[in-house]
Design a protein around this ligand. Structure first.
Ligand SMILES: [Zn+2]
Length: 68
C-alpha cells in the first residue's frame, strides 16, 4: 500500500503508472447510457470504477427503471 500523506488519495493507472484524471464518461447499464464523472487514464483510456460506485449506480438505475 502507498502511504497517503494528506489530501485525496491519487489513483494511478496500473498499466501506465500515470495519475488518473476525472473525466465525464458514458456508463451503460441495462441498455441505458448515462454520463458519469470517473477517474480515467489519459494514456490508455482505462476507466476506474470502484465496486461501491458500480453497485450504487446500478441500484439507482434499477430503481429509476422500476419507477416508470
Ligand atoms: Zn493507462
Amino acid at each position: 500500500m502507498t502511504d497517503v500523506s494528506g489530501g485525496a488519495p491519487d489513483l494511478v493507472c496500473a498499466r501506465c503508472d500515470k495519475p488518473l484524471e476525472m473525466r465525464k464518461v458514458e456508463a451503460s447499464y441495462l441498455g441505458q447510457t448515462f454520463p458519469v464523472d470517473l477517474p480515467c487514464c489519459p494514456s490508455c483510456g482505462f476507466v476506474y470504477v470502484s465496486e461501491e460506485l458500480a453497485s450504487g449506480r446500478m441500484l439507482k438505475v434499477e430503481q429509476a427503471l422500476e419507477d416508470k
